[in-house]
Design a protein around this ligand. Structure first.
Ligand code: CDP
Ligand code: MG
Length: 769
């Protein structure tokens, strides 16, 4: 029953790794939106021409079958039934047996490390136990504990908070709430369990250095070792010296708990035993040329091979690990189409995507059990690796890939790229198939490749740009970054490079102290260069416009292109296009959206968006973000000036903020060379910039797929660089802007460059560290 020739997954002996021995150090990032990006090459390879033979019957709405979640449309009795069922489910979770023991340890220890397999109930249950225990034992209502629970990912924070609110029978945002960047769904006095991204708790500590509102802080998913969680380890360790009443719980899905325990002065480790059934591992017989296509083939193959024809049997769902939103969306469409070709007696395939930007109602759908006669195929980023647990999975398809950050301290550039996962990650992923019964995991790469994988994922702090956190730490009064209590100290070259960058941005002075500009920058919930751009807009009288551009950049996928209407969608995008590049294009979209919004109701606005292939939900989000940033500006007494039609001001302002990300064109090529980091890059195909390409431009980020691409680009006048950033663009860097006109200088320049180190050293901060 092989679907497509050539990609059949070969069954081999199960690999050594019995999933029982759980070890993991998997990893991703808070800024999930950046990860929802994919090599577009894969889209080209996807065959969308499969004829549709038979119209598929629409699935009944899932909620009609679901008894797992409370739904708005349910009657009070139905709600009660579900509520009772949830209470039973809670008691069946592995962690329940350890409830009393855990509570005792929490009372007795200031810091505790809790280790338990993914899905055992740590994140959803432990915070509730703490609250229940208090309410039941003590009648001092004035000191009801407030618990902060950090999550590396936004989707996890939101979906888990929603689930816990449901379990407690309260409205989300009251007793249980969440807080993620640009979205606070909590009540300052009422909320007792607050699920939040680690980045948000770090921000709160900037304003409230003792985190005094919290009685208990739970650093969850500690094994992921995200940048913000790592910084929080140090920050909270400091707070604990000053606050003896604070309780800290570090929760992790890996057995490597000693590292955490050691860091917190030999904190006690508690193991929560879980259930784990054997998972048989299968490897592909050879490297897959197109893993996206292989995922699709494997999913259909499993579906057919594994009792798809006998809908009465409990079949188990399929979980596929992919790398980003666009990839997931295209796989989702293709699977939907191919599933229509299945014989009518076969189980229906229900495709459920899950990624950061999925609207939250949709995020909740993946947790619903498949309706009778259906099997779910869940397409996930590595959010499903440990952060969230979806019940009912028996098959895992692992692409073996993850989108992650890489940082080169030599040139100071952080790059997003699709990388191989670590062995620990692969093990964790396969474990998802064995939570409720024996399962199978199909790794889409040969066994030899697996042996070549790194054992553990390197902590993010060791492979990312540190500007943003250094700025935050400095604003918290931590002067000597080198002496900060890191669990893993970043390389001094990485630290110095970031300090240098902050110096160039004007956020630090030569002594390494925060400047007034740096203080202002640190107050924005934005990366330093974005914050700088926003602040500079005041000088250039274009605050309104830059505010719109920065807000537009804070969400992914403003434009969407349905697989079948790519050409049309692209044409439409070009209607908004500015010759100068992406930023003014985004500004135009925002302005036209606002104009339509003024003169029409919500459904008309939605229709306008649809007609223009603009993501309505993203636009609503942009408006929220803009409002919040506007309030920040107002609180700093920055007036909302506008440059009207003089949009050059906006580009100059972008140049004043992103001058570190300037690039010049390589003569006669479609290639650019970044000035500070000396990297050869191409303009990302998603850009509106086309021939004739500008000689000089600035960009927001570098992403590596088959090529090194720069994204979100705007043409600038090279003369602006020395004017707006004289400290960086003095001397030889500027000479490079002439290479377009003075071909003969090329060779000479190359020689010059060789004799220099990678980046220009216009200053030195080493001594003052
Ligand atoms: O944190 P840990 O991995 O130990 O487990 P958890 O996230 O607390 O999950 C416990 C249970 O809650 C699992 O069976 C999940 O499937 C379930 N859950 C759910 O049904 N809906 C959610 N939105 C979140 C969790
Ligand atoms: Mg968890």
């Amino acid at each position: 029953t092989s679907f497509v020739n050539g990609n059949k997954v070969v069954v081999e002996e199960p690999a050594e790794e019995d999933v029982q021995d759980y070890k993991d150090d998997s990893y991703t990032d808070d800024y999930e939106e950046q990860y929802d990006e994919e090599p577009e090459e894969h889209q080209a390879n996807i065959d969308t021409t499969t004829p549709i033979l038979r119209k598929r019957k629409k699935h009944k709405k899932m909620s009609q079958f679901s008894h797992h979640h409370v739904k708005e449309e349910m009657t009070p009795e139905e709600k009660k039934q579900v509520f009772d069922k949830i209470q039973t489910e809670r008691k069946n979770l592995p962690i329940y047996a350890a409830r009393e023991a855990l509570l005792k340890e929490i009372t007795q220890n200031p810091a505790l490390v809790v280790v338990g397999e993914t899905g055992s109930g740590k994140t959803t249950q432990l915070p509730q136990y703490i609250l229940e225990n208090f309410l039941q034992d003590e009648n001092t209502e004035d000191r009801i504990p407030t618990v902060a629970i950090t999550q590396p990912r936004r989707v996890a924070a939101v979906s888990i908070a929603r689930r816990v609110a449901e379990e407690m029978g309260v409205t989300l945002g009251s007793k249980v709430g969440y807080s993620i960047r640009f979205e606070d769904c909590s009540d300052p006095t009422d909320t007792r369990l607050k699920y939040m991204t680690d980045g948000m708790l770090l921000r709160e500590s900037q304003i409230d250095p003792l985190l005094s509102k919290y009685t208990v802080i739970i650093l969850d998913e500690a094994h992921e070792r995200t940048l913000h969680t790592d910084i929080l380890f140090g920050v909270i360790k400091g707070i604990m010296k000053k606050r003896s009443d604070l309780k800290l719980i570090v929760m992790s899905a890996t057995l490597e708990a000693k590292l955490f325990s050691d860091f917190f002065d030999a904190a006690k480790i508690v193991y929560v035993s879980g259930r784990q059934y054997p998972v048989q591992i299968y490897y592909a017989d050879e490297e897959q040329l197109d893993y996206v296509d292989s995922c699709i083939t494997a999913a259909l193959q499993i579906h057919l091979d594994e009792s798809a024809m006998s809908p009465s049997v409990s079949t188990g769902d399929i979980l596929v690990f992919l790398t980003g939103q666009e990839e997931i969306e295209s796989v989702s469409k293709i699977l939907d189409e191919r599933a229509r070709l299945l014989p009518p007696e076969c189980l229906k395939l229900l495709v459920c995507p899950i990624f950061a930007n999925l609207p939250s109602e949709k995020q909740m759908e993946v947790f619903d059990p498949a309706p009778p006669g259906c099997r779910k195929v869940i397409l996930a980023t590595n959010i499903a690796e440990t952060s969230i647990t979806i019940n009912g999975i028996r098959f895992v398809i692992d692409s073996g890939l993850v989108k992650s950050k890489a940082y080169n301290p030599k040139n100071g550039l952080e790059i997003l790229k699709v990388c191989n996962v670590s062995k620990a990650s692969a093990r964790q992923r396969s474990g998802r198939a064995g939570r409720e019964s024996a399962g199978k995991c199909y790794r889409l790469y040969p066994e030899q490749s697996h042996q070549g994988l790194e054992d553990y994922t390197v902590p993010e702090i060791l492979r990312c740009n540190l500007c943003s956190v250094i700025l935050q730490l400095k604003s918290m009064g931590i002067k000597d970054i080198m002496k900060f209590d890191f669990m893993n100290t970043p390389s001094s070259s990485g630290l110095i490079k970031s300090l240098e960058q902050l110096l160039s941005l004007g956020a630090l002075d030569k002594k390494g102290d925060l400047t007034p500009l740096g203080t202002q920058m640190s107050q924005f919930p934005l990366d330093p260069m974005y914050a700088l751009t926003l602040i500079q807009s005041q000088k250039m009288n274009c605050v309104q416009e830059v505010l719109s551009v920065v807000s537009m950049l804070s969400v992914e996928t403003i434009f969407y292109a349905p697989q079948t209407k790519r050409v049309e969608a692209n044409k439409n995008k070009m209607k908004f296009a500015s010759k100068t590049g992406d930023h003014l294009t985004l500004l135009r979209v925002y302005q036209e959206y606002q104009a339509v919004k003024k003169n029409s109701n919500a459904s008309e606005l939605q229709r306008w968006c649809q007609e223009h292939f603009i993501n309505y939900r993203s636009m609503s989000k942009v408006c929220e973000v803009r409002q919040q940033l506007k309030e920040h500006l107002e609180s700093m007494n920055i007036g909302l000036t506008s440059c009207g039609r003089d949009l050059n001001q906006v580009r100059r302002c972008l140049c004043a903020g992103f001058f570190m990300n300037a690039a010049v064109r390589v003569p006669n090529k479609r290639m650019y060379k970044t000035l500070v980091s000396q990297l050869e890059v191409r303009i990302h195909p998603s850009s509106v910039l086309s021939d004739p390409f500008p000689d000089c431009l600035i960009f927001n980020q570098v992403i590596m797929t088959s090529n090194q691409y720069i994204r979100d680009v705007t043409a600038i006048d090279s003369a602006w660089l020395p004017e707006l950033a004289p400290s960086v663009y003095r001397g030889h860097l500027l000479d490079q802007t002439n290479i377009m006109v003075e071909e003969q200088k090329k060779a000479e320049l190359a020689k010059k460059e060789k004799s220099k180190t990678n980046a220009p050293k216009t200053f030195s901060v080493q001594r003052s560290l």
